[in-house]
Design a protein around this ligand. Structure first.
Ligand code: ADP
Ligand code: MG
Length: 564
């Protein structure tokens, strides 16, 4: 249809726009990074769809992004010849926020500018960041494969509504035209735009073109020529050699692939050769996304095959417990038309998954060894996910166990900082087990009556309070030859830790208490399995324990809560 239609933004978009304009103003140049990032994604999508439908290329397979400006009209234009948008796509993509975690995001807003700015960064700023500098945004777009007269024009002043109408566009793809706000004329400068593009978008693999500028001595001013030049390196970052890539470039590339605003915590970049050939550039984020535990949320790295983008969130390329990792894997072996189903079964994919898991574990080991503060950050954000690896990845069990961190009676705080190796190094003379207690909260764990005898003897006990702990422990028998032992189970045998004198005394007391035990057994009847004299309590008169082979009370409660 030819009619122009005015539609309202989704409520969340209005809120986001308001928030963004006010809290990100000091960082306003990021609009260019976001728009170039979208243009690059659109070129990737075109090349991917063209694998099956080459006619989409309309005889021109070269993709490019063009950035230009007009001083008189006070506009900046970012154009791409990527996939483009239909009318329906424009309405959905530029009028709503469809991302998972949107509700959680809005619930977490505080009204504190600085905190909220950080939150928006995590959420991803995207297209709407144009309104930080633009009083009006016009999008002219034509979906690849549609005729020239089926393009659309989308326009908005960012104040709650947008209009959408029919348009003509000869070339496929999208033009984004920003009409700048009053005091943003700084951006109408070739020097300024190039500077921002080099800083934020150098890693983009599609060429970013700008018109050449030259000094005209007669007029004594910069003049713009018709000739174009490429302002970025325009080669896929992961294909370059490590020595040519700066930390800033790695960080900017991360922000692009991960849609994250913050710097990454660490990364690993490798080319793997041999039976299976691929390049991996894997990042550990600094912060867990809101939706890490959302089952519907897709996780994973981007998959490329010989530099052609294949898919986002290729979940099969990393084991589930490393789902927080972001980045790119570029395979030389997989077919271009590889689907999620094929990924499921392929031997090449298994080789990549195993190789990548090892790389990530090495990266984490390096952090744990050499950057302890950063490892603590990692553990706080992702430790609970990594614990799933104990049950999922038997082949790397030893390595994962070494990466675990726990709270313990050693420092008595809930901070999870103690490794199993730390624990073993502090074991008492004669101690041959690693002792732990599980509970739902740190307070409950650290006030457990079972701890009394350990406190008295100065033996450290790990305090486990994460939901996954019980499940995780069911996959671990020992560490470094020392069995992991719950202090709440069965007739705890302190072995060599109990001295001879004590033992003799205990035997005598046990004998003396026999009648009491018999009376208690008779009184409690079916309610208990057994009644025993114990020497583990110091201040409390009695406690309930489960049998060595039985489920712990904590796990019993968890299963009950889960309806089992
Ligand atoms: P994100 O890039 O994280 O998806 P954005 O807010 O940056 O979020 O963009 C929203 C959506 O708008 C994109 O996912 C895409 O579908 C669409 N879009 C934005 N810019 C373009 C473009 N230049 N070409 C095609 N589609 C685009
Ligand atoms: Mg984007």
């Amino acid at each position: 249809t030819n009619t122009s239609e005015t539609l309202g933004f989704q409520t969340e978009v209005k809120q986001l726009l308001h928030l963004m304009i006010h809290s990100l103003y000091s960082n306003k140049e990021i609009f260019l990074r976001e728009l170039v990032s979208n243009a690059s994604d659109a070129c990737d999508k075109l090349r991917f769809e063209a694998i099956d439908r080459p006619e989409l290329l309309e005889g021109d397979g070269e993709t490019a992004i063009r950035v230009g400006f007009d001083k008189t009209a006070r506009t900046i234009t970012i154009s791409d010849n990527g996939i483009g948008m239909t009318r329906d796509e424009a309405i959905a993509n530029l009028g709503t926020i469809a991302r998972s975690g949107t509700r959680e995001f809005f619930q977490q807003l505080t009204g504190d500018k600085q905190k909220d700015a950080q939150l928006i960064g995590q959420f991803g700023v995207g297209f709407y960041s144009s309104f930080i500098v633009a009083q009006k945004v016009t999008v002219v777009s034509r979906r690849a494969g549609l005729p020239a007269d089926q393009a659309i024009r989308w326009e908005s002043a960012g104040d709650g509504e947008f209009t959408i109408s029919a348009a003509e566009k000869a070339g496929r793809g999208t033009d984004i035209i920003l009409t700048l706000r009053e005091d943003e004329d700084d951006f109408l400068s070739s020097w300024k735009l190039r500077d921002i593009l080099r800083r934020y978008s150098d890693h983009i693999s599609v060429p970013i073109l700008m018109k050449k500028e030259e000094w005209d001595a007669e007029k004594s001013e910069q003049v713009t020529r018709d000739e174009e030049e490429t302002v970025n390196q325009a080669s896929a970052l992961w294909t370059r050699s490590k020595s040519e890539i700066t930390d800033e470039q790695y960080a900017e590339f991360y922000k692009h692939v991960a849609h994250d605003f913050e710097e990454p915590l660490a990364w690993s970049h490798n080319r793997v050769e041999g039976r299976s050939e691929y390049t991996q550039l894997l990042y550990v984020p600094r912060r867990a996304p809101f939706d890490m535990w959302d089952r519907n949320k897709k996780h994973g790295v981007k998959l490329y095959v010989k530099r052609v983008f294949i898919m986002d969130d290729a979940e099969q390329l990393l084991p589930g417990y490393l789902r927080f990792v972001r980045g790119v894997i570029d395979s030389a072996d997989l077919p271009l038309n590889v689907s999620r189903e094929i990924l499921q079964e392929s031997r090449d994919v298994r080789a990549i998954r195993e190789g990548s898991a090892k790389r990530v574990l090495s990266l984490l080991e390096d952090l744990a060894e050499n950057r302890k503060d950063d490892y603590a950050t990692f553990w706080t954000e992702f430790g609970q996910v990594l614990k799933e690896g104990v049950g999922e990845d038997a082949a790397n069990l030893e390595r994962i166990l070494k990466l675990l961190r726990f709270a313990s009676t050693q420092d008595g705080t809930p901070a999870q900082t103690v490794s199993l190796a730390d624990y073993v190094s502090r074991m008492k003379e004669g101690q041959d087990k690693i002792y732990y207690v599980t509970a739902e909260t740190f307070a409950a764990a650290s006030s457990s009556p079972h701890l009394e005898i350990f406190r008295k003897k100065g033996i450290e006990v790990l305090l486990l309070t994460d939901r996954v702990d019980e499940w995780m422990l069911s996959f671990v028998n020992e560490f470094d030859g020392k069995p992991l032992t719950s202090i709440a189970k069965g007739g705890l045998d302190l072995g060599a830790l109990a001295d001879e004198e004590e033992k003799k005394q205990q035997d005598e007391v046990s004998e003396e208490l026999k009648p009491v035990v018999e009376r208690l057994k008779a009184a409690l009847g079916e309610a208990v399995k057994d009644v025993r004299v114990t020497f583990r309590l110091v201040d409390s008169p009695a406690c309930v324990v489960v049998d060595q082979q039985d489920m712990s009370q904590h796990l019993q409660r968890l299963l009950k809560a889960a309806g089992q």
